[in-house]
Design a binder for this molecule. Sequence first.
Ligand code: ADP
Ligand code: MG
Length: 625
Amino acid sequence: MSTRKGSISVKTNDIFPIIKKWLYSEHDIFIRELVSNACDAITKRSTLARSQGHETPAGAVKIEVDKATRTITIRDNGLGMNESEVEKYIAQLAFSGAEEFVVKMKDMGNTTAKDEIIGKFGLGFYSAFMVSEKVEVESLSMAPGAVATKWTCLGDTDYEFSESSKTDIGTTIKLYINSDSEDFLNAWKVRETLTRYCDFMPYPIALVDMSDKEAKEEIINETTPVWKKDPTTVTDEDYKNFYRKMFPADQEPLFWLHLNVDHPFTLQGVLFFPKVNVNKPVQENGIKLYSKQVFVSDNIKSVVPDFLGLLKGAIDSTDIPLNVSRSALQGDPNIKKISNYIIKKVAESLKKLFNNDRERYEKVWEDIGLFVKYGCMQDTKFDEVMRNYVLFKNSDGKLVTLEEYQTAIPETYKEKLKDKYVYFEKNLSDESLRKQLLSEGIQVIETDQYIDPHFMQHAEMAKLDDKTFKFAAIDSEVENLLETASTTSDDIKIKEFFKHVLVGDNKELEMKLDVDVKNLKNASSSAYFKVDENMKRFQQMTKSMGNTAFSMPIKKTLVVNPSNTLIQNALKIWEKGDKKELAEKIAHHVQDLASLSSEGLSSEDKEKFVSRSQSLVQELSQFIV
Ligand code: ADP
Ligand code: MG
């Protein structure tokens, strides 16, 4: 038997221990590297054969895990290599690739970016040595008259060629697993790793557990993932099945978009809008990145902007460089283009859904609203398209766009409400005011999400169709819409009476409370709280940050309605003088009622309210008995 010895020409002597140490955490990537090499070899064989007018057998990759011999064997029926090719591509090229890797890693020093790229950089064939004490490559080239060859290497710079009895075209790589990597001798471990990295590789990958005599070949992957298919041939069920396969723990996705572009970069993919689970924090890493159907990473933060992080699915592109740090990626012009493309597609698909199936759009709005608003705030391009499709609930409970809201304003109020959007903040605004406005035909939009105060501020700055506009809280806008200047001569007296009772000479209260007298259209309403718009926003923002304990006191004005009978009576009782105490009770009660219909009472005020209610009702009953 003739053997020939050789030696790898690398300049960095310490390459082996360094790689072993660095890659310790992700050494399962050897499976990805070897299987993707096998797939590449199959593609090359069929391309070459086709160009020469030959047929090739269907590509297949087989992985045998054998506990008894402590080996993992990877077989392919790709183009194969002869001795000189093994020497050139495996011994020299693969090893010099590894050397280059070490040099680059050294350059990067001890940065975190280094950890991020480990496992993503194509260390290629060399990664086999991370788990093996010995590697054998047996190969028979497809070239006519080729002689099979066997290459053996112990992971240092020396190797040996010997004869091989291989008779079928292709390559077999046998890994003698080292004692640190025994885990990989379990079929389940290999299956798990294959599922992670090779789930969508283009040729069937079979796994055989040699320790189980009954075991049959098990095909791991789906060779044509939906993103590779022509969208016109893919059914809704196909997309849903694909989603289930990728995210088995999830509910059914809301909808999806199929990405397919060839120029100026290549990218295919499917992105899903997941059903948001409010009880679970938004799961990161929903989008998996593939390169030619090989799983590369589920950390694509640098490829898509934050707000798209909510989406799930797969994108496949060879144009996303992986061998550079994250900060470099963000400045990469290709990445910028890809990111913009994805943003544009997402916006377009939402717009299309809005225009073609408004009902469905409204149905999913609950889940995507937050995402859309956040997207508008984060990305100008997205904002330009999507702002007109942001929905708000109006007073009738219908979802409307800002434009639709504007168009619905009654003629008589158009002038007063030009460029204004009256909003009602659930839990903070006065419900009775909303009813009063509605009876005038004026709708208000409801805001209750934490993001809304931020979104409103953003939208005002960014303008809508180049026009400036303002959001105005319902309780700061009433002056313009429902109040008329009061004309009764009692106005000043009412104001003084309420001020005297509710504020008195309490300096602290004076900072928080003011009293005003204005006729309200609805005579049955005794009073409401008015809050300055800026204060209102500030209140919402501090609330949205969960900062209630430290929130600043907000100055409010109690607007008292002199055309309301209770107010008129209270003043009379006060002026008569013998039942001043009752008048005071009424004033406090009016204030509490205004609080109750807006943000509610503090627990201390609630207690006072209850006991006062009891005594008032009792007093009232005495008149009747
Ligand atoms: P890369 O795949 O990036 O080229 P690798 O280190 O993974 O780098 O592989 C080096 C080269 O070895 C490949 O380009 C290919 O020419 C050859 N090679 C590796 N595995 C196989 C295989 N299973 N069949 C045929 N050639 C292979
Ligand atoms: Mg490779």
